[in-house]
Design a protein around this ligand. Structure first.
Ligand code: ATP
Length: 375
């Protein structure tokens, strides 16, 4: 609409201007022929009309900007009017990690995603005529585990078994249908969402970056941190050297949603952000899945260092990265099917041992069969 009305405005302006110019030139030329006007008068009239047209074009520009501002304001108010799915209870209190503690408990947590009819693309006759109802897709079916304060806890399991859902529930994107999630011994719904989120740093599976400099994107993790701390966080996430090699260093623009960075670089920006936030609870969803084995190992060592005073939950598919974790949980069909340290689970010889054996067989190098590739 904005573009159409602007085009109409420009068209109208040009019609008026051209018609005006033609008429006034004609009238002045007539006066010249009659001897009542000079050539100077003709130039004066022409110049005056051009002078008038400049502010007229200016009005067009302003009109366009005002229209655009209305469109943006509409989007902004629409966003502000969005009601959050979860509201804090009126009695919710501020979460204070130092006082309340950071141990995390899942007690028989059940959760199902709601699939509303508009999520379905089915165009069949039956679906058009049947009464549209929201269906539930159960993901967690009584998940129970405890992460003691200051410990590093790993969750492993097949793709789609609900590992990321656990982090989403902890971050209060959703509330469980049944069961209780506790932090510091208290149900997390008794805390304000804002104070809970402030105490958690998340390294998500899909990293969202702003179309700004790489330095700003790291700094975003904690805008109160000093520049030295930003550089320190970049070093801990093994990003500093990569940034140094970029033409504009920390001032390099990352592009829309970070498309100018590789998957591994984006992941390290996200790690650096989480490190900078210095939260007492760290949630990592496959934080090193796009990295080479060497960088992955070094980052995991750094995470271990950072995780000393932090309660940390790491989701990982490459089991070699989580062997040193204090506790490992194996998820299957929405429940915890095994739990223990790496050694305990290996001794037990269950699903975890199977997964480890399978991954080892995939990565093992047999001399003579294949030469290692030097990159
Ligand atoms: P992966 O290891 O592949 O990341 P995951 O164990 O982390 O998998 P989740 O992301 O927790 O898996 O998703 C569990 C299941 O829930 C998946 O089958 C997924 O399709 C479904 N799911 C995830 N988010 C939604 C949503 N918003 N609405 C409906 N279903 C969802």
């Amino acid at each position: 609409h904005s573009q159409t009305s602007l085009s109409l405005l420009n068209f109208g302006q040009n019609v008026i201007f051209t018609a005006g110019l033609t008429t006034i030139m004609y009238l002045t030329a007539k006066d010249m022929v009659a001897g009542t006007a000079t050539v100077g008068d003709l130039v004066l009239v022409n110049g005056l009309l051009f002078q008038l047209s400049v502010p007229l074009n200016f009005i067009g520009g302003i009109y366009r900007e005002v229209q655009q501002a209305f469109v943006d304001m509409d989007a902004m108010f629409g966003l502000r009017d969005t009601k959050p799915a979860l509201k804090d209870s009126p009695n919710a209190v501020e979460y204070n990690p130092a006082k309340d503690g950071t141990a995390i408990e899942f007690d028989e947590v059940e959760f199902a995603y709601s699939i509303s009819p508009k999520d379905s693309k089915s165009k069949s006759k039956e679906s058009n005529t049947s009464v549209a109802t929201t269906t539930k897709r159960p993901i967690l079916r009584g998940t129970t585990f405890t992460v003691p304060q200051g410990k590093t806890f790993a969750i492993v399991g097949t793709s789609g078994c609900g590992k990321s859902t656990i982090l989403r529930l902890l971050y209060r994107f959703y509330a469980p249908d049944n069961g209780t999630m506790r932090i510091g011994g208290k149900d997390i719904s008794t805390y304000t969402t804002d104070s809970l989120r402030r105490a958690m740093a998340v390294v998500p599976q899909d990293v969202v970056l702003f179309n700004d400099t790489i330095g700003y994107n790291i700094h975003y993790g904690n805008l109160d941190a000093s520049w030295d701390e930003v550089v320190e966080a970049a070093k801990k996430s093994h990003l500093h050297d990569t940034i140094q090699r970029l033409p504009n260093g920390y001032d390099t623009l990352v592009g829309e949603r970070g498309l100018k960075l590789s998957g591994g670089e984006k992941q390290r920006v996200s790690l650096a952000r989480a490190i900078l936030k210095k939260s007492p609870i760290l949630l990592c969803d496959e934080p090193t899945s796009s990295l080479d084995s060497h960088t992955e190992l070094e980052i995991m060592n750094n995470l271990k260092e950072i995780g000393k005073d932090t309660t940390c939950i790491i989701i990982a598919h490459r089991l070699s990265t989580i062997q040193d974790c204090d506790e490992i949980v194996v998820m299957g069909r929405g429940r915890v099917i095994e739990q223990g340290t790496h050694d305990e689970l290996m001794r037990k010889g269950g699903r975890y041992k199977e997964l480890v054996a399978f991954q080892r067989s995939q990565t093992e190098y047999s001399p003579g069969e294949q030469e290692p590739i030097n990159i």
